[in-house]
Design a protein around this ligand. Structure first.
Ligand code: AMP
Ligand code: ZN
Length: 139
């Protein structure tokens, strides 16, 4: 897609700190990293989000994520790696080209913001009703 910043990165029209590329996917460092090694992994085709991405490209992204977090583990020895993927402006997706964030946390490093939320028990009846509706809508 012409105006897409990540499509431009894939084509080399915008510079990036590339860490991996194959026929289907491209990975590079986030330039506003939450932590050292914060990496973005994207499909080479332009698909906006999880609703849009074809199965084959989705599989390629997530298979490549294994390879990349292994390298992150070998190099940075993190205590954990968060794999985060946002769908839609309502959850602050900013770049509308599917991307998986790989966010390592190193020993002693600050908590990754999205990984720390307070557990509050829900309304079981409401949860059940929602679960039933979603289950019935699965195609
Ligand atoms: P989001 O759409 O909220 O999941 O996040 C988009 C991410 O893309 C942000 O973490 C940005 O820092 C990152 N980003 C935006 N432009 C670039 C760029 N040119 N190179 C690397 N990372 C980028
Ligand atoms: Zn794109």
């Amino acid at each position: 897609m012409e105006d897409c910043i990540f499509c431009k990165i894939i084509k080399g029209e915008i510079p990036s700190f590339k860490v991996y590329e194959d026929d289907m996917v491209f990975a590079f460092e986030d330039i506003n990293p939450i932590s050292e090694g914060h990496t973005l992994l994207i499909p080479k085709i332009h698909a906006q989000d999880l609703w849009e991405i074809p199965d084959e490209d989705l599989a390629a992204v997530h298979l490549a994520s294994k390879k990349i977090i292994q390298a992150i583990k070998d190099v940075l020895n993190p205590t954990g790696v968060a794999c985060l993927q946002l769908n839609g402006r309502g959850v602050n997706q900013v770049v509308m080209h599917y991307h998986l964030h790989l966010i390592p946390r190193t020993a002693g490093g600050p908590e990754i913001p999205v990984c720390a939320w307070e557990l509050k028990e829900g309304d079981m009846e409401a949860i059940k009703q929602t679960a039933d509706k979603i289950a019935a809508a699965i195609k």
